[in-house]
Design a binder for this molecule. Sequence first.
Ligand code: FES
Length: 234
Amino acid sequence: MPSHETMQFLLSLGYTEAVSSGIINALLQNGIPPSSLFTMVKGLAGRYEVGEDGGLEALAASVKLELEKQEGKATVKIWCLPSTGWSPASDEDAGALPTVHSMERAFAVEALEGVTLTDIVNHGTGENSDVLAEYLECACSGIMACSTCHVVIHPDWYDATQVDGEGVVTTNHSVDPKKIGPPSEAELDMIDLAYEPQLTSRLGCRVQVTKELDGLVVLLPAGSNNLMDFVPFE
Ligand code: FES
């Protein structure tokens, strides 16, 4: 049976049964005849033996999102403000924060709770996820190797520091769940190489959207540095 063969193939690639059936159903509903199903899925898998993909990963991601929606995951709205609506701090070394002038140009991106900003860019199907993809390249697909997913968190939504009794600023405290916490050391190393990093900068592949973050405001930098451009390929 063609779909049995296709199912076995998808399972062998590591997709769960639910996602594999979702992929098969999506293709059948889009008019792919059952007799061509296996050939079509193999074509989408591309040269999977060497880690290449011909579109199957994106289809699987959208099936996963649909399944999560059906499981009752909350939709979260994130406001994204292009660089015309805010200015970077002139002296962040002195603790200066970015300034928001106007939210007029901000656009709302919808996503399901649990995904990262990079997931939205690469696989998002919610409102304006395609617009966000025009601003953030996310060139390394989330392995912290490019910094093109760099965003600046609106200071009101950022919880990085607290001052202890001695007047010492520390980041060793639990982050307010309604805010975005500070980056890890490894993330900070990448942020330092990003375009105009700010005190509230984060990498989009490390910012996970939770339902407590509904209404989060993210400032989009005017440019980006793609560190992968400097990787010497043979
Ligand atoms: S997507 Fe490359 S560092 Fe986040």
